[in-house]
Design a protein around this ligand. Structure first.
Ligand code: VGL
Ligand code: ZN
Length: 199
């Protein structure tokens, strides 16, 4: 499949590429940082095309319900304002991107970038019809974000070479990818994009 980026209708959504989800972080996704060079190539393409770029971030209060101490499954991670919650320093984010903070209430988990953020309404208002999604983690926040995007009626393209999963159970990422595709997500890799912006 070939894709040409449409400046006024397309958005790139980069999910949770934060220090805590990469090597050395509090909840590292195995090889999480390996997707960063490819993500940077997507960022460059969308940026050159003048298309909207969104970066979501997990942005928890210190007593978040997803942390083991408060009854959740995860070690503390991505606590608001801490170094672990910062975007990975190798990710080349342009200044004018839109940052979406999620799961910011202590009592609510929110894996999806659309959950409680107003992102869906905002994208619709901006005329966005198609979203391209990459980032971390395939089997949690990427999956949840993609499924919500589909439910909200966006044409949704999963960037297969720019995602990595946690795989708490072996095969979780593959299962997540299959579920997204079954629900109607399309897939893409970097070479599916035109190298020159001709439109
Ligand atoms: C995530 C586990 C806990 C994610 C966030 O970004 O996929 N996973 N919080
Ligand atoms: Zn989290």
């Amino acid at each position: 499949m070939r894709y040409a980026i449409r400046r006024s209708e397309d958005a790139l959504i980069i999910v949770d590429v934060q220090r805590d989800f990469c090597s050395g972080g509090a909840l590292p996704v195995p090889e999480g940082e390996k997707i960063i060079p490819t993500l940077n190539r997507y960022i460059k393409k969308f940026s050159e095309a003048g298309a909207l770029i969104i970066a979501t971030r997990d942005w928890h209060p210190p007593n978040h319900v997803s942390f083991v101490k408060y009854g959740g499954p995860w070690p503390p991670h991505c606590v608001q304002g801490t170094p672990g919650a910062e975007f990975h320093p190798d990710l080349k984010l342009p200044r004018n991107i839109k940052i979406v903070s999620k799961a910011t209430s202590a009592d609510k988990e929110a894996y999806s970038g659309f959950n409680g953020t107003g992102l869906g309404a905002e994208l619709r208002k901006a005329g966005i019809r198609r979203v391209f999604v990459g980032g971390l983690a395939t089997d949690y926040c990427v999956k949840s974000t993609v499924l919500d995007a589909l439910s909200l009626g966006f044409e949704t393209v999963l960037l297969l070479d720019a995602i990595k999963g946690v795989n708490v159970n072996p095969g979780d990422s593959e299962k997540a990818i299959n579920e997204m595709l079954k629900r109607g997500a399309r897939k893409a890799v970097i070479d599916d994009f035109q190298s020159c912006h001709s439109s």
